[in-house]
Design a protein around this ligand. Structure first.
Ligand code: PRF
Ligand code: ZN
Length: 373
């Protein structure tokens, strides 16, 4: 196995690409979906079962892990991979975005962010340098730059100043990360929905040089049409030969549209979080198992799905365990949703490789338009 980090594109169709990100801990087939394992667990799933759904890489969070159980503790216990029993690649987010979205008491300065923990109210400081240190202590394979971004809509002035601050933090992140063969550092483009600010941000990041480039600051309230409008130009502003990662996205149709626009990597809590509340993501669209119409239904959730929830249980059973808040309800629906997402990604990769992406996307939308019949 290769001892370095790399990205090879094997086929393209239109702006879409398929390929492989190689790391010393294994390959990541792209377009890739990364299940979210915020607190050193993909909630309700054993790691071997997450792998069985087809995941090549997980996402972890600096913000949550620094607060509980602490980065130094995880380091002393052998790092995040060993701690959570996942030996394949892990990407960690850098914490700034989570501080801004999860804490009410915080102070943003040139230096970084001072904030109070949402868990116990304790005071903490996060800077680009400390974020790089924490991600190194965790043993993260793909480290994200420290950044921040406003929720949309926001004033152009606020978006511009925030983007410029994030670009200064990107340089500080690069300097603090240093040279670590086998580990990757990704820059994060900001600039809201302003094409010229996105271009300036991309220019700054290209000048610093990263192993991959994320598109940040989207899916923060602008809606799918506006997000796709931005994705019509943003990926093209980033280097062609490096992986592109759209952070925090998204619903299945968001992912399909973003892949068509040249994005290679995704993460989102939707399949795991919505599974725990009884929402199934399927080729027919989203299905809420809490709905009383499933009460007596002996059919599987999705006849075409080979996951354990669909192979071994009825809709009536899934309805019952979700309604009674049985733990197995969360387990089965999370498993199904992650299986569905990974199958969608495999379908996209295969279609790009075969040159049949347009047909694949047309069938994807047609099946969802029919609904749950
Ligand atoms: N920056 C970081 N993490 C993120 C985002 C971002 O802009 C988003 C936006 N969708 C999700 N997660 N660091
Ligand atoms: Zn299933």
């Amino acid at each position: 196995m290769s001892n370095t980090f790399g990205f090879t594109i094997s086929a393209r169709q239109g702006r879409a690409r398929t390929g492989v990100v190689s790391t010393p801990k294994g390959e990541i087939r792209t377009p890739a979906f990364m299940p979210v394992g915020t607190a050193a667990t993909v909630k309700a799933m054993m790691p071997e079962n997450v792998r069985a759904t087809g995941a090549d890489i997980l996402l972890g969070n600096t913000y949550h892990l620094m607060l509980r159980p602490g980065a130094e503790r995880i380091h002393n216990l052998g790092g995040l991979h060993r701690f959570m029993n996942w030996d394949r690649p892990i990407l960690t987010d850098s914490g700034g975005f989570q501080v801004m979205s999860l804490t009410d008491l915080r102070k943003l300065t040139e230096e970084g962010v001072k904030f109070r923990s949402h868990i116990d109210g304790s005071e903490h400081n996060l800077t680009p340098e400390r974020s790089m240190e924490i991600q190194k202590l965790l043993g993260s394979d793909i480290v994200m730059c420290f950044d921040e971004c406003p929720a949309l809509p926001a004033d152009r002035k606020r978006i511009e100043e925030s983007m410029q601050l994030s670009m200064r933090w990107a340089q500080r992140s690069r300097d603090a990360f240093g040279d670590r063969p086998g580990y990757a550092l990704f820059g994060i483009q900001q600039g809201g929905l302003e094409e010229d600010l996105r271009a300036q941000s991309a220019e700054a990041l290209r000048g610093i040089e990263f192993d991959g480039y994320a598109i940040g600051g989207l899916a923060v309230g602008e809606g799918q049409e506006a997000m796709f409008g931005c994705l019509d130009y943003a990926p093209g502003q980033l280097p062609e030969d490096k992986p592109r990662y759209l952070m925090g996205v998204g619903k299945p149709d968001d992912i399909v549209g973003a892949v068509q626009r040249g994005v290679d990597m995704f993460d989102c809590v939707l399949p795991s979080r919505s599974g725990r509340t009884g929402q199934a993501q399927t080729r027919m669209g989203a299905i809420n198992l809490r709905n009383a119409r499933h009460k007596d239904d002996p059919r599987p959730l999705d006849v075409e799905c080979t996951c354990p929830a669909c192979a071994n249980y009825s809709r009536a059973y899934l309805h019952h365990v979700i309604k009674s808040q049985e733990i197995i309800g969360s387990m089965l629906l999370t498993w199904h949703n992650l299986h569905y997402y990974q199958e969608l990604m495999a379908g996209l990769r295969g279609a790009i490789a075969d040159g049949t992406l347009d047909d694949f996307v047309a069938r994807f939308h047609a099946r969802r338009a029919q609904g749950d019949i």
